[in-house]
Design a protein around this ligand. Structure first.
Ligand code: ADP
Length: 461
C-alpha cells in the first residue's frame, strides 16, 4: 500500500518538476506555479490512467478464468491477482479432496457384498452399487432418478415402502429368483439426512437354505430315533404287563436288542458326520498301504455277509483285487469308514448268492480308483443325484431292514471331498451298481521297491 502512495507521489513530483522546469526559461504568460500545478494534475491523471489499465487487465484475467500464468507481479494489482490465484488454487484443491473422498466412499459402497441404494426425499434413486443392480435388476443408465416403487414391483416391498415403518427388515424374492434357483433377499430402509433413505439388501438364500437344512436334519434325526424308541418302549411295556413264556421273552429281547443296535448305529454315523465337518482336512503326508486297507475291508465284508445271511449258503461271492505297493495319503479311519460303507451297502442291498467286486486300479493319469460293483437291484436314474443327501433312501424298508441309517453315502461323499477325491455312481436297475472313488494323483504313490516291505510291514501290523 505504501508503494502505491509512494508511486503516486513520485508521479506527481516528477510531472510537477518537469512542468515547472519547462515553464521557467520560457518566461511565457504561464507562471511557474501554474505550470507546477498543471504538471501535478497531469501526473495524477497519468497515474490514474495507468492504474485503471492495470485494474482492467486484472478484471479481464479474472473473467477469462485461466489462472495458470502470473499476470501482474508488482503493485497492488499484482498482489490482488496473486492472492486471487492462490485462493482459487486452494478452492480447487479442496474440491479435488472432497471429490476423492466422495469417490472413496462410493468405492467402499461398491465393494460392499450387500446392495446399497441411495434415495432422495421423494424416493427417487440417486445412486446404487453393482450388488443392488443384481438384486433388483437395476440399470445404471436407465434407472437413475427413477422412483424406486416403479422399479421394485414386489408387492411386499411396495407395502413396506408405503407404510413408512422401517424398524424391521423385509424378506422378498430377488430379481433372479426362479423355482429352480431361489434367490431370497433381506431388505431394509434406513432414513438419513433430510427425508432421504438408504436401502440395504442382503442375499440370504444360503442362510435360509442352511436353516431349512438344519430344521430338516433335526426333524429327520428325531424321526429316526423316535421309531426304534417307540418300538423299544412298546416291548418294555409288554414285558412289564404280560406274563411271557421263555421263547416269547427271548424273541422280544432279541427285537429290543435290534432296535437298540439301530439307534447305536445312527448315533455313531451322526458322530462320524459331525467329526468330519469339524475336523481339519486329512494330512497329505500320511501314506496308507492300500492292500492293508483292502484286507481289513475283506474281513469286515465276510462277517457282514454272514450276519445278513446266516442260513443261506452260498452267501455272497466276494472278490477283492488290489495292486501291490499302492499307497494313498489320507486318514485311515476316514477311508476305512467310506470304503466300508460302500462295501457294506453292496452286501446289504445285493441278495444272497449275488456278486460283489471290490478293486483298486492305478489309472494312466496317476489317479487311483477304488470301486465297488455289485449284481444287486440297481438304482433308478432319478434317485442318483440325491443319493448322497442325508437320510435319502431309495427303498426305506430295505434300508432299515438291513440296518441302514440313510447316512452312509453322505459320509462317503464327505470323506471323498476331504481327500480331494470324486465319487462316481453308475447303476442300472435290475443289473447292479458301481460306486467309485477316484483319488487325485497327488495323494497316490506306487513303488514296486516299497511294495514288498510295505506290505510285509502292514501284514505284521
Ligand atoms: P442306507 O443306510 O440307507 O444304506 P446310504 O446313504 O448308504 O443309506 O444309501 C442311500 C440309499 O442308496 C440307500 O437307502 C439305498 O436305497 C441306495 N443304495 C446305496 N447303495 C446301494 C447299492 N449298492 N445298491 C442298491 N441301492 C443302494
Amino acid at each position: 500500500m505504501w508503494w502505491r502512495v509512494l508511486s503516486f507521489l513520485c508521479f506527481e513530483l516528477v510531472a510537477g518538476l518537469l512542468a515547472w522546469l519547462a515553464a521557467a526559461p520560457t518566461h511565457a504568460e504561464v507562471t511557474e506555479l501554474e505550470a507546477l500545478a498543471l504538471g501535478v494534475l497531469l501526473g495524477g491523471l497519468l497515474w490514474f490512467l495507468i492504474d485503471l489499465a492495470r485494474g482492467a487487465r486484472v478484471l479481464r484475467w479474472l473473467r477469462a478464468g485461466d489462472f495458470s500464468d502470473v499476470l501482474i507481479s508488482t503493485g497492488l494489482w499484482g498482489e490482488v491477482s496473486d492472492r486471487v490465484r492462490r485462493l482459487i488454487r486452494k478452492g480447487e484443491q479442496a474440491t479435488r479432496d472432497i471429490q476423492n473422498r466422495m469417490q472413496d466412499f462410493l468405492s467402499a459402497f461398491q465393494a460392499s457384498p450387500n446392495g446399497v441404494v441411495l434415495l432422495d426425499a421423494q424416493g427417487s434413486i440417486e445412486w446404487f452399487n453393482q450388488m443392488a443392480a443384481t438384486h433388483f435388476g437395476l440399470d445404471a443408465e436407465r434407472d437413475m432418478l427413477q422412483h424406486i416403487g416403479n422399479l421394485v414391483r414386489d408387492p411386499g416391498f411396495v407395502n413396506y415402502f408405503a407404510a413408512r415403518d422401517y424398524q424391521s427388515e423385509l424378506m422378498m424374492a430377488g430379481r433372479e429368483n426362479t423355482a429352480l434357483r431361489p434367490v431370497r433377499l433381506s431388505v431394509q430402509l434406513h432414513p438419513y439426512g433430510v427425508g432421504r433413505l438408504l436401502l440395504l439388501s442382503r442375499d440370504v438364500t444360503a442362510l435360509e437354505q442352511a436353516d431349512a437344512m438344519r430344521r430338516d436334519f433335526i426333524a429327520n434325526v428325531s424321526h429316526e430315533i423316535r421309531t426304534p424308541l417307540t418300538v423299544l418302549a412298546g416291548f418294555v411295556e409288554t414285558m412289564q404287563t404280560c406274563a411271557l413264556d421263555e421263547t416269547e421273552r427271548e424273541r422280544y429281547l432279541d427285537l429290543m436288542a435290534r432296535q437298540a443296535n439301530r439307534m447305536q448305529t445312527l448315533v455313531s454315523d451322526l458322530l462320524t458326520l459331525s467329526r468330519l465337518e469339524g475336523s481339519p482336512p486329512p494330512s497329505s503326508s500320511d501314506w496308507l498301504v492300500v492292500s492293508a486297507l483292502m484286507r481289513q475291508l475283506e474281513q469286515d465284508a465276510q462277517s457282514l455277509s454272514q450276519v445278513i445271511n446266516p442260513a443261506s449258503e452260498p452267501r455272497h461271492r466276494l472278490q477283492f483285487d488290489c495292486p501291490l505297493g499302492l499307497e494313498v495319503a489320507g486318514a485311515a479311519s476316514e477311508l476305512l469308514s467310506a470304503m466300508g460303507n460302500l462295501v457294506g451297502n453292496a452286501i446289504r442291498y445285493t441278495p444272497a448268492g449275488g456278486e460283489v467286486r471290490v478293486k483298486v486300479l492305478l489309472l494312466a493319469d496317476g489317479r487311483a480308483e477304488f470301486s465297488v460293483s455289485d449284481s444287486g437291484p440297481g438304482i433308478a436314474p432319478e434317485h442318483l443325484p440325491r443319493l448322497t443327501e442325508r437320510f435319502y433312501r431309495v427303498d426305506n424298508s430295505r434300508s432299515r431292514d438291513t440296518g441302514g441309517t440313510g447316512l452312509g453315502l453322505a459320509i462317503v461323499k464327505h470323506v471323498a471331498q476331504r481327500h480331494g477325491a470324486s465319487l462316481k455312481i453308475d447303476s442300472t436297475p435290475g443289473k447292479g451298481s458301481v460306486f467309485a472313488i477316484a483319488f487325485p494323483a497327488q495323494r497316490v504313490r506306487s513303488s514296486a521297491a516299497q511294495a514288498n516291505s510295505a506290505d510285509q510291514l502292514a501284514m505284521r501290523l
